[in-house]
Design a protein around this ligand. Structure first.
Ligand SMILES: *[C@@H]1O[C@H](CO)[C@@H](O)[C@H](O)[C@H]1NC(C)=O
Ligand SMILES: *[C@@H]1O[C@H](CO)[C@@H](O)[C@H](O)[C@H]1NC(C)=O
Length: 198
């Protein structure tokens, strides 16, 4: 019973949260105004009301949009993104892909331009070639794959060395034990023959 109540409360608050105006933006009807609030990509709110039709994000300090940022907002009709210092590296690919998917009426591509790297400064994000951006990409998972390959190789070499050492050791041990057996047998027979002679 208590659990059910908790669940209801959770659902209620969850529901309320998705329709509340995210801090520090202001909302008028279905318009959400987050412009000129010094927002960075990490301080950007992610819970927007589900029915948001206009989203103002201009004149902030956004360098990239988090992946999937605009995916849940199905009623969007306009998004303002100009006046942000977009970093045109791997992180811009989501924004670029999203812009390319939109009809030009939805969002103005004008002013959505790169502030870095120097070679791409001032270029419109939509007009970037994928190749230009991919060059700057640093694939940590490639490094990881390479590192694990190297580790694997080292382990295999180490195992082979250990195996060889083990074989050499066993061979030597076999020879030693054979020799030892022979010597004990010899001394035994010598001892016996000595005793027999007495
Ligand atoms: C959005 O907010 C900014 C800053 O508070 C304000 O200057 C601007 O007029 C607002 N824009 C709209 C369309 O409400
Ligand atoms: C880039 O956008 C800013 C505003 O966001 C604008 O002032 C500037 O002129 C633009 N630069 C180019 C080269 O389009």
């Amino acid at each position: 019973m208590k659990g059910l109540l908790l669940l209801c409360l959770l659902l209620l608050f969850g529901g309320q949260r998705s329709s509340a105006c995210p801090h520090p933006c202001s909302c008028h009807g279905s318009q959400v105004n987050c412009s000129s609030r010094s927002l960075t990509s990490s301080s950007l709110p992610i819970n927007f009301p589900a029915g948001t039709t206009s989203l103002f994000l201009q004149n902030n300090r956004l360098t990239h949009l988090p992946n999937g940022f605009l995916e849940g907002l199905t009623s969007l009709r306009s998004v303002s993104l100009h006046g942000n210092p977009w970093e045109c590296n791997c992180g811009v690919l989501y924004l670029r892909a999203w812009l390319l998917r939109q009809p030009t009426s939805l969002t103005s591509h004008q002013g959505v331009n790169c502030s870095s790297p120097p070679g791409l400064r001032g270029r419109l994000v939509v007009h970037l070639m994928e190749k230009e951006v991919l060059e700057s990409c640093h694939y940590w998972y490639c490094d990881l794959a390479l590192a694990s390959q190297v580790c694997l190789f080292v382990f295999v070499v180490l195992q082979a060395a250990l195996l060889v050492a083990l074989i050499v050791f066993l061979k030597r041990f076999e020879r030693l034990s054979k020799e030892a057996r022979r010597t004990t047998e010899e001394s035994f027979t010598v001892g016996e023959s000595l005793r027999d002679n007495n």
